[in-house]
Design a protein around this ligand. Sequence first.
Ligand SMILES: *Cc1c(COP(=O)(O)O)cnc(C)c1O
Length: 357
Amino acid sequence: MASFVQPSSSPHLASEEDEQKYANVNWEELGFGLIPTDYMYVAKCKQGESFSEGKLVPYGDISISPCSGILNYGQGLFEGLKAYRTEDERIMLFRPNQNGLRMQTGADKLCMTSPSEEQFVKAIKKTVLANKKWVPPPGKGTLYIRPLLIGSGAVLGIASAPEFTFLIYVSPVGIYQQTSSGLNLKVDHQHRRAHSGGTGCVKSCTNYSPVVKKMQEAKALGFSDVLFLDAATGRNIEEVSTCNIFIVKGNVVSTPLTSGTILPGITRKSITELARDLGYQVQERDISVDELLEAEEVFCTGTAVVVQAVETMTFHDKKVKYMMGEETLSTKLHSMLTSIQKGLVEDTKGWMVEIDL
Ligand SMILES: *Cc1c(COP(=O)(O)O)cnc(C)c1O
């Protein structure tokens, strides 16, 4: 039995609607903007102590010290995962423990205490369960889950905050149509997203705002997103602003090595395994821009995009086009992965975690 308080101000929670299976959302027109839901999860922990169980509270604004670590020094991490409703009405998570482990790695890097892997997964389950009517019907979308770990305590001189907050909110999101259009990427030959020894390998809040300007500039020129190069040589590809990249040539699938400057995507890791299952040779290694431009097929992976084909790549004034469509490896991998996530095929890898309803 979940012990949470009933929000008083949400009109969609009128008592006659409490037993409704679905929230009042037009599921046919689900996009990617935030749709506030009923509850969020909040747990706090003092520096030097460990997290105890948090609680569900009505979704809403939070109050925070102007002097907090997150506001002043960007001491914060986020995560991203999804809950899926299957045809037989179960609600499933995809490898949530991996997100919990990644949050721990990030917390260590940013001098924060993180919830344990077990606490993380339990909190995710509780949050999804409390918001279960916001999990879209099968085929209409997924419930995007956004965990945050922030330095919420007040700290004036640069130091780790005396208190940390672990917060989870959720929002229903629509489905990306992977086959309808591919990404048009621009290789950014000036801005470096991450440096060796830095925070590129963790989902630190500080990694993202510097990238927005580059994305905006690229979008103004008609591109979908930017692909960043390594800071050390400026010759090798790293990743796109929020997804990992793969190139295909013949029977070989290659993706940049996670050696500290790229984010170790859970989708990346899963796709690597599925491509091997299909008989492809998968290499994690340095990939030069020259090689990228000579690939047959290129695709991106991430929780938001799942697996998405890259249609064109532009580097300075050179623009190349890649293979697209039903016959591509990315289409196959997209279908394999989403079939597991939607519960359409047996999960032989133990990736799916069911939420007890
Ligand atoms: C979150 C993220 C990814 C994708 O990770 P997934 O675990 O697959 O969602 C890739 N690159 C960056 C920079 C990211 O922030």
